[in-house]
Design a protein around this ligand. Sequence first.
Ligand code: NAD
Ligand code: TYD
Length: 327
Amino acid sequence: MRLLVCGGAGFIGSNFVRLRLAGGDEITVLDKLTYAGRRENLEDLDVRLVVGGIEDPGAVADALEGCDAIVNFAAETHVDRSIAEPDAFVTTHALGTYTLLEAARERSLRYVQVSTDEVYGSIETGSFTEESPLQPSSPYSATKAGADLLVASYHHTFGLEALICRGSNNYGPYQYPEKLIPLMVLNAMHGDKLPVYGDGMQVRNWIYVEDFGRGIGTVLERGEPGEVYNVGGPDEAPNLEVVTKIIEYTGADDSLIEYVTDRPGHDRRYSLGSEKVRALGWEAQVRFSAGLERTVDWYRENRAWWEPIRSGDYRAYYERQYGRALG
Ligand code: NAD
Ligand code: TYD
C-alpha cells in the first residue's frame, strides 16, 4: 500500500512505519515534530517526511500526493500535559482530524483513526467493548473522543471509508520518557526517585507497541468501514507492580519509590475487550513481563536516543511536573 502516516515520527507511529516498511508498503510521514516527534525515530528508514501540522490543508495536500490510504496517529498524548495546557490538544484533535477527514473525503481515501481506551473512561470490573459509552475524563481523552465522533460522522454522512482503532496503554522502544514506563526505567538507571501517583494501585492494560501496530494493520487491511475496533494488551497490572518489575530488571533500589500527589481526575482502571479484532485474525504476541524486559534492554542499549532528551527541555518539564530536578 502507499500510506500516509500522520504522526509517524512519534512513538507508536514510528514503530508502525518500521513494521509496514518490512511488509513492503511505501510510506510518507506527515509530522509537526513537536517535542514528542523526532527525526531520530525514522533515521534508518526509507520514508518521505513532510514536516507540518495535520491542521494545515496545504501540508496535508502535499503529503497526500501518491497515497491511497491515511493512518492518523498525530496527537498530543500526555494526560498530565493536557491538564496543564489543553490548547494544543483541541487544535490537533479537533481541527487536525477535521482537516484530514476533508482531504480523505475529497480523494475517496480509506482512513484509519488511531484512538485510545481512555475515551471510555474508567471501569472498576470487566472490560469495555466497542459498544460501551464514551465517558472521557481528561482534556486528552475528551478531545480524542471528539475526534472519534467526527470520524464516525464522516462515514455515516459522507460514506467515507473510515475506521477507528482504540488501543490500550502501549510500551516499547522509542517512547518519550514522560510516560510511566520509560520515565521509571531511565530514573531507575540514574538513581533518581520513582514518582508514583497516589496509592499506585491504578490499573492499566499494557500492550507491546508492535502488537498494537499489527492490530492497526489488521484493521487497515481487513476492517469494516464505519466500525470501531478495540486492540487491548494481554495483561493488566497496577502501577506499583510495573514499577517493582522495573526496579528488578534495572537492579535499582526499592527506596527510590516516592509517593507523590495524585493526578487530578485520575482514571482508576482501563481494560479493553478485543474480541472483534480477534475475529479478523489478530492476536497479541508479547506478554507483559517479556515485553517489559525487552523494553528495559532497549533503553539500556540506546543511550544516544534518550541522552539528548534527558539533557534538554525535558529537564524543565520534569521540574515543573514533579517539583524536583533530575539527578
Ligand atoms: P507521541 O506523543 O509519541 O507521538 C505523537 C506524534 O504526533 C509526534 O510525532 C508529534 O510530533 C505528532 N504530532 C502532534 N501534533 C501534531 C500535529 N498537529 N500535526 C502533525 N503531527 C503532530 O504519541 P504516541 O504514544 O505514539 O501515540 C500515537 C497515537 O496513538 C495517538 O493518537 C494516541 O492518542 C494513540 N494512543 C496512544 C497510546 C499510548 O499508550 N501511547 C495508547 C492508545 C492510543
Ligand atoms: P501514563 O504513562 O501517563 O499513561 P496514561 O495516563 O495515559 O494511562 O501513566 C500510566 C499510569 O502511571 C497512570 O495511572 C499514571 C501513572 N503515573 C505515575 O504514577 N507516575 C508518573 O510519573 C507517571 C508519568 C504516570
